[in-house]
Design a protein around this ligand. Structure first.
Ligand SMILES: *Cc1c(COP(=O)(O)O)cnc(C)c1O
Length: 397
């Protein structure tokens, strides 16, 4: 009998009890709106912002309604609008080009490498085309940030970092999200801390944070932002900045704070699981591990590998073979996007040139989630199933 994996790839771990208790306190208070505070109360949202700013060592933090909202707010805060071009990764998730399109700007896609990071040669070649790079650390893969920063500073390109998969990761000793001018994080269920929906935006610039805060819908209550800049920064912009409501509420912030506190432990657990897969699959013939760069301190909340230059049918046979044994692989090479596997050429509202280098990588790219509900034994089983199915497929061809 062939072994079968019985776990569920979309089942996240439970919200900690202490977070549920805090959420109940918020519900009992009736004060859910972030600006609805009792006298001298900072509130869960303000506390979360203060704690997250401290966690990554940024001057300011703003909590909002989603990760995608942080990205569009970041663009607006930098004055990006109709007809402006914005460089971004060809391999990313739909909310990234979506945020660019939402302000009327035009995504210009940059190739992906076999390490699943932005292709710095292609970035350099396109560096004259835009003033902003929305850099997506897609699936938690971080490029050589020192080289990227030098290309961007030479070409006066501002960087917005999309850290949906790198909350808690670092390049060398620098927190992901603090190398660019703005760092954006998601707290959606499938990311590193879970409030269903939510986002966090960090920056060291008081002017940018004042704008982002006004944009998020602060009415004239910006003095209720303990992790925001001094009131004086709002004077010149407060009647000039549109309110595009996208605030976070106390309920979600209450759920997030204990999870942020536990993030280092969660990261350790993810990386143990990731390394079981990496070690288990390394050396499988025909299968390429996405090797991490030396300066990368990643969070292994999902795992990718490449069946580079395999035929479409042969990859399909691996996906089906794994699926039969309970292992759900997502394939970025399918002609039709399923769930989150859309790619630069699925976003038909963007006119992109053909990108053969990226096509080659994505057509061999397989992806799986590693929720913390999986045990280490589960990960060993998943790894052995993938290995067997890949070997069988090679033997059969
Ligand atoms: C999840 C995600 C986002 C933000 O998504 P939301 O669902 O809006 O929170 C942005 N970029 C990437 C790469 C993501 O995976």
């Amino acid at each position: 009998m062939e072994s079968k994996f019985e776990g569920n790839f979309t089942q996240q771990d439970a919200i900690p009890e202490i977070a549920i208790e805090r959420a109940n306190e918020v519900l009992r208070s009736g004060r859910l709106h972030r600006y609805n505070l009792a006298e001298n109360e900072i509130g869960e949202v303000g506390l979360l912002e203060t704690e997250f700013a401290k966690f990554v060592g940024s001057n300011y933090c703003l909590a909002v309604a989603s990760g995608g909202y942080t990205l569009s707010t970041a663009l607006r805060a930098l004055g990006i609008g109709y007809g402006d071009k914005v460089l971004t990764n060809a391999f990313t998730l739909a909310p990234v080009p979506g945020a660019i399109a939402s302000v009327g700007a035009i995504p210009v896609f940059v190739d992906v490498t076999e390490k699943l990071v932005i292709d710095l040669d292609d970035l350099e070649a396109k560096s004259k085309e835009a003033k902003v790079l929305m850099l997506s650390h897609m699936r938690g893969h971080i490029c050589n940030m020192d080289e990227l920063l030098s290309i961007c500073s030479e070409n006066k390109i501002l960087i917005i970092e999309d850290c949906a998969h790198t909350m808690g990761a670092k390049w060398r000793n620098r927190w992901s999200g603090t190398d660019g001018i703005i760092g954006c994080y998601s707290t959606q269920t499938y990311k590193h801390i879970n409030s269903g929906e939510g986002g966090l935006l960090v920056t060291d610039s008081p002017d940018i944070m004042a704008k982002a805060t006004m944009l998020s819908g602060s009415y004239m209550l910006y003095d209720r932002h303990p992790a925001g800049p001094d009131k004086t920064y709002y004077e010149a912009i407060k009647y000039q900045t549109p309110n595009i409501s996208g605030r976070m509420d106390h309920l979600r912030a209450a759920i997030l704070r204990p999870q942020l506190h536990d993030l280092p432990i969660r990261i350790k657990k993810w990386n143990e699981r990731y390394q079981i897969l990496e070690n288990g699959l390394r050396g499988t013939s025909g299968l390429k591990i996405v090797e991490r760069l030396e300066g990368e301190n990643y969070v292994g909340s999902s795992f990718q590998f490449l069946l580079l230059d395999w035929s479409q049918n042969q990859i399909k046979s691996v996906v089906n073979g794994c699926s039969k044994r309970g292992v759900e692989l997502k394939w970025f090479g399918d002609a039709i996007p399923y769930g989150f596997t859309s790619r630069y050429d699925s976003w038909k509202y963007v006119q992109s040139e053909a990108m053969p280098k990226t096509d080659r990588i994505l057509s061999g790219l397989l992806d799986l989630r590693l929720p913390l509900t999986f045990t280490l034994k589960d990960c060993e089983l998943i790894s052995s199933i993938i290995k067997e199915v890949v070997q069988k497929s090679i033997d059969a061809s």
